[in-house]
Ligand binder design. Structure first.
Ligand code: 5GP
Ligand code: ZN
Length: 112
């Protein structure tokens, strides 16, 4: 199976990494939708948040903890948004779980 984010986790595909932990990796989105737009992934392949929470909820907690650490590291004191698109209706385009960390401007709600 060829997976873009597995390639980034393996170091085979370049990315601008901002934070690493034993089980997670955070890197900048290639097409940022906000001044700060970072993606947080588990190093292991899970298709989406449902797959990971079913298999290993503590690991899902690790991913969320890294997302919060990224927000702090990026200085998003005014607030931020964590998003994990799941499935077609949400527009998930990369089928390796990722949490978007978005911030640095007023984000508005609801999303379009
Ligand atoms: P999704 O639409 O699945 O929630 O989010 C996928 C995200 O991955 C998009 O925001 C897209 O810009 C980002 N992306 C796609 N290809 C690459 C890539 O090769 N490198 C990086 N850093 N981000 C990518
Ligand atoms: Zn993968």
């Amino acid at each position: 199976m060829s997976c873009l984010f597995c390639g980034i986790a393996a170091g085979d595909i370049p990315a601008t990494v901002v934070l690493e932990t034993g089980r997670t990796l955070a890197f900048r989105d290639l097409n940022p939708g906000a001044p700060t737009h970072v993606l947080v992934i588990p190093r292991d392949h899970y298709a989406d948040m449902a797959a990971l929470t079913d298999a290993d909820p503590a690991y899902a907690g690790d991913v969320l903890a890294t997302a919060v650490a990224v927000a702090r590291q990026e200085g998003l004191d005014g607030g931020y948004r964590l998003v994990s698109n799941t499935g077609d209706d949400a527009g998930q385009s990369v089928h390796h779980l990722h949490v978007h960390v978005l911030g640095g401007r007023s984000l508005g709600w609801p999303p379009g």
